[in-house]
Structure formats: C-alpha cells, structure tokens
Design a protein around this ligand. Sequence first.
Ligand SMILES: C[S@@+](CC[C@H](N)C(=O)[O-])C[C@H]1O[C@@H](n2cnc3c(N)ncnc32)[C@H](O)[C@@H]1O
Length: 304
Amino acid sequence: MHKSVLLDECIHYLNLKDDSVIVDCTLGYGGHSSEILKRIPNGFLYAFDQDLDAINSSQKRLSELASNYEIIKSNFVNLRKELTKRTDLVDGILYDLGVSSPQLDEDERGFSFHKDARLDMRMDKSSPFSAYDVVNTYSYEELTNILYKYGEEKYASSIVKNIIKKREIKPIETTLELAEIIKESVPEKYRRDKHPARKTFQAIRIEVNHELDVFETSIKDALDLIKVGGRVCVITFHSLEDRMCKQIFKEVSEVDKLLRKLPIIPEDKMPKFKVIANISPSLEELEFNNRARSARLRVIERVR
Ligand SMILES: C[S@@+](CC[C@H](N)C(=O)[O-])C[C@H]1O[C@@H](n2cnc3c(N)ncnc32)[C@H](O)[C@@H]1O
C-alpha cells in the first residue's frame, strides 16, 4: 500500500477552488489525485503516469469518486504537448517524484536490493532500456560518473571495477547479484550503517528513467502553463532533484542581479513568480511513514 507523502500540505498549498483545473504529473496510486478530486466538483483533473500498473489501480479509485478527470498515460516530459491539446493555462500542477511503494515492493520490477529480480527499474515497462543495459553495457567511465553524480556514492570506483570484473565472466542479471557485488566492494564499516547498495541502486534508477532530465524539462514547461494566481507544488526525495527545483524556482522568483541596483524596477522586469513554501514532513508524519524521511515540498505561485 502506498502512503501519500505531504498530502495535507499539498492540498493546502494548491489552494483549490470548486472549479480549479489541476494537473497531477505523478498519479501513482491516486492518493493526491483523489483528495484533489473531492475538492474540485466543478473543475477538472488531468493526471499523468507512465506506469500502466499504477494507472490501472488508480483508475478504479478515482472512478468511484468522480468523472471530471482524465488519466494520461505518458511521461510528464510531454506535459506541454499533452496539455496544450486539451486546455488553456491551469490553476495548479503537482509533482510527487520518484517511485511508489508498490513499484518498490513488486518483486519483478527490479527496483529493490532486498528482493531477487531481473535488473529492470523501468517505470514505463514499454521502454526498451533497463538497468540490465546500464550495468552490462556502460563503460567504466560512464558507470562511475553515474554513481558519483546520481548516487553521491564515494566507493563508486571500486564498485564499478568489481562490476566490470564480474560481467567479463558472465552478464550480471539480477538485483541480488548486483547487491552482492556492491557489498564486496565497500569496507566493512560502510556495510554496517545503511544498506551499501542503496546509493548505487538509486543512481541506476535515475539513469534508466532519465529522471533529472525529464524533471528539468517538465518543471520549466509547468511554469509556462500556470495561470496568474496558480501554483506549482513539487515533492522531491533526494538532494539532486531538490537542488534542481530550488535553483529553477530561484531563477524565476528573483529580480535579475543587474536590475537590483535600480531605484525603481520596471514592472515588466519584476519576477513572474513568488516562492510560497519550502517544507519537510511533520514529526507526526515521519512517525508513521518511513518513506517521508527525505521528502521536501517546494511551492511557487505565479504572481504576474
Ligand atoms: C511517488 S509516486 C506518486 C504517488 C501519488 N502521489 C500517490 O499519492 O499515490 C510517483 C509516480 O509517478 C510516476 N512517475 C515518476 N516519474 C514519472 C514521469 N517522468 N512521467 C510520468 N510518471 C512518472 C511513477 O510511475 C509513480 O507511479
């Protein structure tokens, strides 16, 4: 079962009205979408997901609540293309990034280092490119780069050396094979804290799904698609996504450095956006939802 993170906070900051038009870019199991739908009886919800399993189960949940919604099976990198076919500017856009608990828990998806499965990690099962390809075909330089950049894994070099040594004998096919290679590549002490495969698995998942690139494109488009008074809410689960979101929000909500010295800033040079919130889950939420540990919610409003 997926426990939605920062649910009350998102609902609060989306500032929903009866007739709001809202986009949920990460439908998942419909936790946020169903609470949104309950509050917009005369509005409309567009919900994106690239995972057919997630869509099938939330379709049932949403259809029991209302009919003023459309589920779009697509990567949210296509947000602009898909939305402009359907509607004008919207009142709110939500991202709850990363994978859901059912995706992690389903053995055959290959996201988890605790469960034996073929190396997969695709959120979109129709994509031809999986973790198997990353682990078995990337060069030493490409793999170490990914582990440093997306996993901030300090033992990247020794992990990758061992991966390459093993795959010269035979391809690395399963999650537990990979987890074992990682365990053997790091010092004893590192194995005692958190699971030593955590960062490598995160890095490979980000690479397989191009998570940072698609988020960067989509969030920039989202800022163009929001009405004056509308808000964009983003929940992130790791520092790279959060840093990217913070930087993009900063660029659109601050006056240009060169203009700051002027006594009066011309109206057309004033920022179009204002940062509204930057919060972490409450202690209460952290107590019952372990997945919320690294979550952060950032909210921005279009003001002109
Ligand atoms: C954390 S879950 C969302 C959970 C949801 N908010 C809920 O409360 O049930 C993230 C979902 O977004 C989807 N997702 C992640 N990246 C995506 C992308 N680039 N395009 C479309 N869907 C994406 C995943 O497949 C997953 O179902």
